[in-house]
Design a protein around this ligand. Structure first.
Ligand code: NAP
Length: 248
């Protein structure tokens, strides 16, 4: 049977994954197909899998990376600690469905970060406290970076608000990672409120956004001489890692 893969989430307007995997299957002569499955509610997942026995793997996106966990038979320790799954492998043994969950955002980010900054950790700020921030913080902990989350509404001692970021804090920070949607297409003029004029050529700015290629956040860093990286490399790596997971 021809294998089928797909993306669950809602809404699924423009999907990177569908385009990426369809092109991959064509260029590498892989006899598989990839579809978008917009689920209005995550409780529709068992029905989708029951009706499509050829589904061998799924990517998971907003808003189901956390909610999907209750439907899985097992989950990697990494995904468990992050609290989010973005990849599901579906296998059938004697007709019985088995669902395994993992998180490929974290290893994809880790690989990109090491390539970007080298392997010497320092002080970092993570802008935002959502699902992507959880994967990023897992990696920073693992690599022994010291960091704060920056939130509009800080809720614990590891979080600060934007008003607390002054020039001195920026000077003592090596890496700033944007995990908020500020600046993402179509609202491309938006950016996180930071004292950008305290940045210099020692700083690294990493934006998880990949559309546009250069966000306002990154533009402001470039103006001050900072080194910058967008989310495209991470996006491609998490997709390739999902593919490897499905082939195991
Ligand atoms: P999310 O769960 O919605 O979290 C985003 C966080 O950003 C929120 O928790 C919020 O934190 C903050 N935020 C939201 N709106 C804001 C606003 N108007 N102003 C300031 N802060 C705001 O989303 P996510 O899943 O973490 O994804 C975040 C971004 O990362 C998206 O742009 C997504 O496309 C990108 N992403 C990229 C990759 C990749 O492979 N490149 C992978 C995953 C995600 P507070 O409420 O604490 O302020």
């Amino acid at each position: 049977m021809r294998n089928r893969y797909g993306l669950i989430g809602f809404p699924l307007g423009h999907s990177f994954s569908k385009k990426y995997f369809t092109e991959k299957f064509n260029s590498e002569n892989i006899d598989s197909e990839y579809h978008n499955y917009p689920l209005k509610d995550i409780s529709e997942l068992p029905v989708l899998l029951n009706n499509n026995h050829d589904i061998a793997g799924l990517n998971v996106t907003i808003p189901y990376k956390q909610q999907v966990i209750q439907y899985l038979d097992d989950i990697t320790p990494e995904a468990q600690e992050i609290g989010a799954v973005n990849t599901i492998k579906a296998s059938r043994v004697n007709g019985k469905l088995h669902l395994s969950g993992s998180n490929t955002d974290a290893p994809a980010f880790e690989s990109e970060l090491s390539d970007f900054t080298g392997d010497i950790p320092g002080n970092a700020l993570i802008l935002g406290t959502g699902g992507a921030a959880a994967a990023v913080s897992y990696v920073l902990n693992k690599l022994k970076w010291k960091f704060f989350f920056v939130s509009r509404n800080p809720s614990d001692e590891r979080q600060i608000n934007y008003e607390q970021i002054d020039g001195d804090l920026i000077k003592n920070t090596l890496l700033i990672i944007n995990t908020t949607p500020l600046g993402m297409y179509p609202d491309i003029t938006r950016f996180p409120r930071l004292p950008y004029n305290s940045l210099n050529n020692n700083h690294y700015l990493f934006d998880l956004i990949y559309n546009p290629e250069v966000t306002e956040f990154l533009k402001k860093g470039i103006q001050e001489g900072a080194k910058v990286r967008n989310g495209m490399g991470m996006l491609v790596k998490q997709a390739e890692l999902a593919w490897e997971t499905w082939q195991k």
